[in-house]
Design a protein around this ligand. Structure first.
Ligand code: AHR
Length: 669
């Protein structure tokens, strides 16, 4: 056991010593029943930003598989006779490619796809290539050879592996083949080549190809239209209580036409119309012209993912107001109250899609997609970061309609993009008037905010809507807006206040969740990835230390009779977990010096005497601005050690917490 202890763990480990006079005594009221902690408490804010969906969590490896980008050949290179056609078999995605005779028997017709910043393939892994095709020339059948290629190789052959598929019908049909990559490469390419047979026979050649798709066979839960396994598993490991999707700003759209429309994201993937995401152009200094939403990862897949990771699904829909940051004051893109009904219908239909019987219109769509059982949706968010009078006016219409038809559904309103101030206060007042169940607060804020706001919720009214701290992250100032250790430590300090106020804070989620290292628009983010690997930021570890130790009841923990909200740089919260039979104490020391602390449990019954081993997990970095990177993903990770039973003295544990350290003490009873 001792061998496993590292210096960092030792610094924070509690060892029994006679209580030193200067020890900070943290008294935990173990005799109290405590405040019930909602299972939804620590959850996820997922947005398709930073290539989180296509090129990220969605395991599709082909970019622009349906040729529907503004430039139908974006992502594709062509050789020979390739024409873009516009009368394909899928009404919402009519484009396809016609590969024809190249003009000379020795010439070649082929198409190449670059993927999302390349195509990541791994040695020994299988990839399923599928496409829709028909013969369109004079011959009854044509052959297409399909390759994973390594364009950068110095070897003789760029092709890593190939399969040949015979297209044998003039009717559209789906074809597929498996390719096994012999190497690992983050920047492979896909190629489809019209096979030349006997030179004399080639002139009549022609084949049409549509919806060309490439997935790893190994996806999360082995779904064919699946999710990237490593990213999905990193998310699942957070044991999230709630999963909010599909965003943020993309719910609103730059204008109403570009808002996320969930109905476009269900049904056969081939026929889901694409959307150009605002994140392709919102920040001209980080522009991504090829960033579109294929909606291959759509609402059905989001609901299933929530189910698979054990989180309550929390979809958010447009309230009929497009992103106000992008429109006001000179421009407006709102549905008037008279025009609002289709938006309200979208919300009602979504509830039916999730929960309705299989013979209802939208319940049938869900069942036909493979999930006859309801998804047990309990919450819906209406609007994202709205402000001003227009929002409550519209929200009121939604609230009335949802309450009337689905009184059991919790409605989440918004306090807008600001963490405080006039607009924030106004919206909270309106949310109370409308009687929503939760209010979604957002704060991307600097270090000072996180240091000073651990008591934010201590004085919130105890009646009315509950709080969903739906988007927050510490954004360092002075050029320090990235995922360094210090930001995560301040988040940990702040989060003690979420836990202490579990009676009114029912949900909380760091934001955003995902970012491709070559495709990000917004940072910091919780999980980073490239085409092959995943990197867990320090903030990820903090979130996980909370979410996997969230307990069932929040207990009072006090120092000198007050909540521990920064006195001497210390922050603390305590919970009891009645299922795991544990007390869990979280302590953050923001000071540059180690500090003596004493965890004192009062109110224990005699038979509850604590003399058990204590597990202590610490997150620490000597360099506050150090970070995890893809090259060094484990630079800063939680370290767990065990404190032996001999460390206890009369239900008190005394020892040292290291400087700038987040420590979680788990005590079984
Ligand atoms: O998380 C990034 C963006 O921040 C979200 O889309 C929006 O809700 C907020 O402004």
């Amino acid at each position: 056991m001792k061998a496993r202890r590292t210096i960092a763990a030792l610094a924070a480990m509690l060892t029994y010593v006679t209580m030193a006079a200067q020890a900070n005594i943290l008294t935990i009221d173990a005799g109290d029943k405590g405040i019930t902690i909602q299972k939804t408490m620590f959850g996820l804010f997922y947005e398709d930003i930073n290539f989180a969906a296509d090129g990220g969590l969605y395991a599709e490896l082909i970019k622009n598989r349906s040729f529907e980008f503004d430039d139908p050949l974006a992502g594709w290179d062509i050789i020979g006779n390739v024409r873009v056609m516009n009368d394909g078999p899928f009404a919402n995605n009519p484009h396809y490619l016609r590969l024809g005779y190249p003009g000379h028997p020795s010439m070649l017709t082929a198409i190449c796809n670059e993927g999302f910043f390349g195509i990541g393939v791994e040695a020994g892994h299988q990839y399923r290539i599928s496409f829709w095709a028909r013969t369109s020339g004079t011959r009854a059948s044509e052959q297409i050879s399909l390759h994973l290629c390594q364009p950068s190789t110095m070897g003789e052959d760029q092709s890593l592996c190939q399969a040949v598929v015979t297209v044998d019908s003039p009717e559209w049909k789906r074809y597929e083949a498996l390719l096994t990559s012999p190497v690992t490469d983050a920047k492979a390419e896909f190629r489809a080549v019209l096979v030349r047979e006997h030179k004399a026979h080639t002139p009549g050649q022609s084949v049409d190809m549509e919806h060309i798709s490439l997935f790893p066979v190994e996806t999360f839960n082995s779904d064919e239209n699946g999710l990237r396994k490593d990213i999905a598993e990193a998310i699942k490991a957070l044991e999230p209580g709630v999963f909010r999707f599909p965003g943020g700003c993309i719910v609103e759209g730059t204008n109403l036409e570009t808002r996320y429309q969930w109905k476009n994201s269900v049904g056969p993937v081939e026929n889901r119309p694409i959307n150009k995401t605002r994140w392709s152009y919102t920040f001209p200094h980080r522009m991504f012209p090829d960033y579109y939403q294929s909606y291959g990862l759509g609402f059905y897949e989001y609901f299933r993912f929530a189910e698979e990771i054990g989180a309550e699904p929390l979809p958010v829909v447009s309230c009929g107001i497009a992103c106000q940051f992008e429109n006001e004051p000179h421009w407006h893109s709102d549905a008037s109250l008279d025009e609002l009904q289709p938006f309200v219908d979208d919300a009602l239909d979504l509830i039916e899609f999730a929960n309705g019987p299989v013979d209802s219109k939208w319940g049938r769509v869900r069942a036909e997609m493979g999930h006859p059982e309801p998804f047990n949706l309990k919450y819906i968010g209406i609007g994202n970061e709205q402000w001003g009078e227009g929002y409550p006016q519209r929200l009121e219409v939604f609230v009335k309609a949802i309450r009337e038809k689905y009184p059991e559904i919790g409605i989440i309103g918004s306090s807008g993009p600001y963490k405080d101030g006039e607009d924030f206060e106004y919206l909270w007042k309106e949310m109370r008037r409308l009687g929503v169940d939760l209010v979604d607060e957002h704060y991307y804020a600097n270090e000072e905010f996180f240091i000073n706001n651990a008591a934010r919720y201590d004085s919130y009214p105890r009646t009315g809507p509950k709080v969903f701290a739906g988007e927050y992250a510490c954004h360092g100032v002075d050029g320090r807006k990235w995922n360094h250790f210090n930001a995560s430590l301040l988040e940990a300090a702040f989060m003690t206040g979420l836990e202490r106020n579990a009676d009114i804070v029912h949900m909380a989620s760091y934001a955003p969740l995902l970012a491709h290292v070559e495709g990000w628009q917004w940072r910091p983010d919780m999980i980073w990835f490239d085409n092959l690997d995943v990197m867990l930021s320090c903030s990820y570890h903090v979130q996980k230390m909370y979410s996997t130790n969230s307990g069932t009841h929040s207990l009072s923990i006090r120092m000198d009779g007050a909540n521990v909200t920064g006195q001497k740089g210390l922050y603390a919260s305590a919970v009891r977990d009645e299922e795991k039979k544990q007390y869990i104490v979280k302590v953050v020391n923001l000071a540059d010096q180690a500090q003596e602390i004493c965890l004192q449990f009062k109110g224990l019954s005699r038979k509850e005497t604590l003399d058990c081993p204590v597990t202590c997990t610490v997150l620490h970095s000597d360099d506050p601005y150090a970070e995890n990177t893809l090259e060094n993903p484990n630079a800063i990770v939680p370290v767990t050690s065990v404190i032996e039973p001999s460390s206890w003295c009369k239900n008190k544990l005394t020892g040292t917490i290291g400087p700038r350290t987040f420590a979680v003490y788990t005590i079984s009873y």
